[in-house]
Design a protein around this ligand. Structure first.
Ligand code: DAH
Length: 342
């Protein structure tokens, strides 16, 4: 045996082993390739190495080194092919019938949306229609038409974000009163839920973006008795029979007189404020072209999320708006359609 012929044989073995490795279809075939080329007894590489002895001492190192290189190449090829086969197993059948099934995701209305719908439904039973207004408003609708001069302290309390061209994000739903009266003649009975924006702290009872629900009734001959009786009836339908209602004197530029409405639920001791309200100020009626001598009315504004806090005994308003399913799914659901605030 000469050095050249042994180097030639090593080259042939290298190529053949690579081809056979690439062609191996499963791990058994791959093992057969390993035995054929690298097997200790009759492996083709071992047979070549056994003939090293027939070379002169000067020739041996070069052939020995080449044999080691070829051995490494074949080992690498075998390993790579084995890896490919393992990967192929993972990307194999997509369906594992032994796994438990995936539960369908059941959607539900948000708890605050459900409270909004419930409030509107109670008022629908009392003859009120659900309406909506834009969230981007003008100073006229948000303040001036509501008898609130821009330099009035009441306007300061409702600081908000200003948009381009004199528009602002409405700080309350009261502008929907104006828009409704502008486009409709009395009798008017509407509720208007929707998002409002206000410079406010983010704390357990405030969020700078929140839902309000406005109510307005205007007609000939509407009195304070209608006002008190209707809101007391609402409180009893929402919080249950036996709920006590209290009207505390207050101030809003668009109502005169104005009140904060508190409720005390059966079996509880604390009075809870649920809304601001009052008899519509004659100046507001005049601003929309109604005759204040002929028409009177009352209005209210409440925060449905606060009512939801009471209903579901949630201690922090912010929990409703953090989209944490672990919290929301605990409040249960009766399902059904719902379109949010409006
Ligand atoms: N707009 C008032 C606010 O956001 C709430 C309010 C009070 C609305 C009295 C009314 C009302 O309609 O009569 O603070």
């Amino acid at each position: 045996m000469t050095e050249t012929s042994l180097l030639g044989q090593l080259k042939i073995i290298e190529d053949a082993a690579r081809t056979a490795t690439g062609a191996a279809a499963d791990s058994a075939a791959l093992e057969a390739v390993r035995v054929e080329y690298l097997g200790r007894q009759d492996g083709k590489l071992s047979l070549v190495l056994r003939r090293l002895g027939s070379l002169s001492p000067e020739e041996r190192p070069a052939v020995g080194a080449e044999a080691n290189r070829v051995k490494g190449v074949i080992q690498d090829a075998l390993e790579r092919r084995a890896g490919e086969m393992a990967g192929a197993v993972q990307t194999g059948p997509a369906v594992d019938l032994t796994l438990p099934g995936r539960r369908p995701w059941v959607g539900a209305r948000h708890p605050v949306t459900r409270v909004v719908d419930e409030i509107c439904e109670i008022f629908r039973g009392l003859g009120f229609t659900r309406v909506r207004g834009p969230e981007a408003e003008t100073e006229w609708y948000n303040f001036l038409a509501l008898n609130t001069p821009l330099d009035h302290p009441a306007a300061d309390e409702q600081d908000t974000l200003y948009l381009q061209e004199g528009m602002l994000l409405r700080s309350h739903t009261s502008p929907v009163q104006i828009r409704t009266m502008e486009t409709h003649e009395p009798p008017i009975r509407v509720v208007a839920p929707g998002w409002v924006y206000r410079r406010d702290t983010y704390d357990p009872t405030h969020t700078p973006t929140f839902l309000q629900l406005e109510g307005l009734a205007v007609d000939e001959g509407i009195t304070f008795v209608d006002f008190k009786a209707t809101l007391a009836e609402f409180a009893r339908r929402f919080f249950g029979p036996g709920t006590e209602v209290r009207f505390r004197p207050s101030f809003f530029p668009f109502t005169e007189p104005s009140a904060e409405v508190d409720v005390r639920r059966v079996g509880t001791t604390d009075w809870l404020e649920i809304m601001g309200a009052g008899m519509v100020d004659p100046a507001v009626l005049a601003n929309v072209g109604y005759d204040p001598e002929r028409y009177t009315g009352w209005a209210f504004g409440m925060g449905p999320a606060r009512l939801a806090m009471l209903r579901y005994q949630v201690p922090d308003l912010r929990m409703f708006f953090e989209s944490d399913m672990r919290f929301l799914s605990q409040l249960g659901s009766e399902g059904g359609p719902g379109d949010g605030a409006a």
